[in-house]
Design a protein around this ligand. Structure first.
Ligand code: ADP
Length: 364
């Protein structure tokens, strides 16, 4: 039976403004990925703290405490793991949660590490419970249980592993078990990037790719990139195609606007899928609340995909609200669709949600 894809894996019909990796991104991701803290744009607070922790660990000649990186796909978790290893001057070993199928595979990984190396486990919430449990001892005491012998002669022995730093990445911390979560010394929750930061990322990438771009052009790409560097870099590449074939090769605001129209990405950085979510809420359910399962069924997508891929940016930008009864449309959502908001919503101030008693169609 085909394995179910995780919401952050490459999507079947790649979505230009999806944060997950597309196969065509891989060589560009490699070329554009910042290698040092200085190149890593934005996330200033986290970067400042991590610099201190790295320096302190290096002075003590100890491994960095285990780090949990959390945030939607494409915000720079893998990049940060690589930078941490480079700044610690140690090797980075990369894997993903579901790939470590059993305790033996984990033991194989851990015994290959050099002192203070970084083990990066992407999608760490998808570790099997047995593997996760063996990881606890490794994280706490740098030891691991291995089984020797067969049948009646089988016994467990503990072998030491080199001191190491586990850098785990996950889309939402709520997906982690409490014992795993509490074993990380540093918890870094990456935020969506501001348009000005993304514009700096676009300008840096354009320089590496040798594409001429104006400041306004970079900002226009940034505003349509859902606060996500991977999307900004992908959109830059698509706009470059239009500029090279239909224009002079240089990118300015006009080229970006024309290209985004052709790609069906609107001024807020939304595509048809986002607008469908807003229409389900506003048109089909009169503003909500609508349970996330209902939204998922209407779109024909798994619930996880709605929660990990589509919803975070709509929530962060204030187009959706979350209530115990489900998702609700805000004034901004109605305005974005060019529809008149219900009078109860119009009369209220702030980010404003429909009173919970007004609609009880679904459960969350
Ligand atoms: P994640 O692991 O969170 O899915 P990545 O670390 O793979 O995201 O980042 C995706 C791409 O976005 C990288 O190849 C890199 O080029 C770019 N990127 C991410 N964060 C930054 C940043 N802070 N500054 C510059 N480029 C970034």
């Amino acid at each position: 039976m085909a394995k179910r894809k995780s919401p952050t894996e490459a999507e079947d019909a790649p979505r230009i403004i999806g944060g997950g990796t597309h196969h065509e991104d891989v060589p560009f991701d490699r070329a554009l990925r910042p290698k040092t803290f200085d190149d890593y744009i934005g996330q200033e607070k986290h970067k400042g703290n991590l610099r201190v922790f790295v320096q302190a660990a290096r002075q003590r000649q100890e491994p960095l405490d285990h780090v949990l990186l959390c945030g939607p796909p494409g915000l720079g978790k893998t990049t940060l793991a690589q930078i941490l290893a480079a700044e610690m001057n140690v090797q980075l070993h990369m894997t993903t949660g579901p790939v470590i199928e059993h305790k033996g595979a984990l033991a194989g990984l851990l015994t290959k590490l050099g002192p203070n190396d970084v083990l990066f486990v992407d999608e760490i919430h998808r570790l099997s419970p047995v593997v996760e449990e063996s990881l606890y001892l490794a994280m706490d005491e740098f030891r691991i249980d291995v089984m020797t012998g067969d049948g009646a002669f089988a016994s467990a022995i503990q072998i030491p592993v080199p001191p190491f730093t586990l850098v785990g990445a996950t889309t939402r911390t709520g997906l982690l078990t409490a014992p795993l979560y509490s074993r990380f010394g540093h918890h870094v929750r990456l935020d969506f990037y501001a348009p000005e930061e993304l514009a700096r990322i676009v300008r840096r990438s354009a320089t590496i790719l040798g594409v001429p771009i104006t400041g306004e052009g970079a900002l226009a790409i940034a505003k349509r990139s859902r606060g996500t560097p991977r999307i900004a870099n992908r959109l830059l590449r698509r706009v470059r195609d239009f500029a090279e074939v239909l224009g002079t090769g240089a990118i300015d605001e006009k080229v970006v606007h024309g290209s985004s129209d052709r790609l069906d990405i609107d001024a807020a950085g939304f595509d048809e899928m986002d607008r469908r979510i807003l229409r389900i809420l506003c048109v089909d359910y009169e503003g909500g609340p609508v349970g996330v399962e209902t939204i998922a069924a209407a779109l024909g997508e798994p619930r996880d995909t709605i929660e990990d891929v589509y919803e975070p940016f709509l929530l962060q930008q204030g187009y959706l609200g979350r209530t115990p009864r489900g998702r609700i449309a805000t004034k901004k959502a109605w305005a974005h669709l060019g529809l008149e908001a219900p009078s109860a919503l119009k009369a209220s101030d702030g980010p404003l949600f429909v009173a919970e008693t007004s609609a009880t169609r679904t459960t969350p």
